[in-house]
Design a protein around this ligand. Structure first.
Ligand SMILES: [Zn+2]
Length: 49
């Protein structure tokens, strides 16, 4: 059995360049990337998955 829950959990976390992790659970995946705003430093990161 695959550890599906762990994989999903890690997939929902984006690491910002400042080191903060941003939870993107519930954000629908896009082909051109998801724009994630870091509430710690204010940087917008484009996340591809
Ligand atoms: Zn940040």
């Amino acid at each position: 059995m695959k550890p599906l829950c762990v994989a999903l959990l890690m997939d929902n976390l984006v690491k910002c360049e400042c080191g903060a992790t941003i939870d993107i659970a519930g954000v629908p995946p896009r082909k051109d990337g998801i724009k994630v705003w870091c509430r710690v430093c204010g940087t917008v990161t484009t996340h591809h998955r």
